[in-house]
Design a protein around this ligand. Structure first.
Ligand code: MF3
Ligand code: CO
Ligand code: CO
Length: 276
């Protein structure tokens, strides 16, 4: 790989060096590997609190660090967002319209894990299903997954962040679903949340120009109904205002000389719930 010089663009985006890709590969792989191990735990009757306990233990066992424990007062090793929860669902907290954190047959959920490995951040999330799910939930998951991949396909030097957002938004809206505006992806690297804000909607040719050495997440949240969200009294849990279902997938990626490298690919090929 050609060696990009470490610098910060006028938009505040860090251009990383070739050697930094190695750090991101290691961090991304740990996060993705942990999400692979979560798959068999997602069954009706399981508690989201127990899934988070497993993730925390796995992070400790590997001698790496959770990026979310202690982040702005957050106390958990993952976010677990069930059904109409858009993001930042708190493991062990009550599932909306339910008295407990126990998963039921037909639930869909996103599990989001961020780890720090030798100072580098790996941030990824994916959807899981507890037992067989309704066809419209299957479709929501498929469209959200494919929307992330459409966004990733737009990543190459010379493209813009607006191109990424447009690829995601046009794909989702053509399928009658909506893109959440209230949360976005983010630059990362040796920090958790850095410039730019990676919007999952937008117009082609707008926004900062992508350059080799940029690292960021793409993490579209897609709703079956309206895009609006609200945050519950716990100050974290974001839910759809209309109470309909939401899904999300997230990868950490880097811009290469010719395109994109995904740092958080599933080592077991389990990123999509129907593949595992
Ligand atoms: N991992 C989330 C993201 O994709 C951030 C979670 S912050 C937490 O950016 F505090 F809610 F865990
Ligand atoms: Co993220
Ligand atoms: Co995340």
């Amino acid at each position: 790989m050609e060696e990009p010089r470490a610098r910060i663009t006028r938009d505040g985006i860090r251009i990383h060096e070739a050697a930094d890709f190695d750090g991101m590969r290691r961090a991304g792989r740990v996060a993705a590997d942990i999400l692979d191990l979560v798959a068999p735990l997602v069954v009706p009757g399981a508690r989201t609190g127990a899934i988070d306990d497993f993730i925390r233990a796995e992070i400790e066992r590997r001698g790496v660090v959770s990026a979310t424990i202690g982040y702005k007062g957050y106390q958990h090793a993952s976010c677990i967002s069930v059904n109409q929860v858009v993001c930042h669902g708190i493991p062990g907290s009550k599932i909306p319209k339910r008295g407990s954190d126990v998963l039921q047959d037909g639930d869909i959920l996103n599990v989001d894990v961020t780890v720090i490995v030798d100072g580098w951040y790996g941030d990824t999330s994916r959807m899981y299903a507890a037992g067989p799910i309704k066809p419209w939930r299957e479709r929501l998951i498929q469209v959200t997954h494919d929307a992330l991949m459409q966004g990733i396909e737009a990543v190459r030097p010379g493209a813009t962040f607006g191109d990424i957002g447009h690829a995601i938004q046009s794909f989702v809206e053509a399928r009658g679903m909506s893109v959440v505006r209230d949360f976005c992806g983010h630059g990362l690297g040796r920090v958790f949340h850095a410039p730019p804000n990676v919007l999952h909607y937008g117009r082609p040719g707008t926004g900062p120009v992508l350059e080799e050495g940029m690292f960021f997440t793409i993490e579209p949240m897609v709703n079956l109904g309206r895009p609006e969200t609200r945050v519950l009294a716990d100050d974290w849990t974001a839910v759809t205002r209309d109470g309909r279902d939401s899904a999300q997938f997230e990868h950490s990626v880097g811009v290469t000389a010719t395109g994109v490298e995904i740092f958080t690919l599933s080592p077991a090929g389990r990123f999509h719930p129907t593949w595992g």
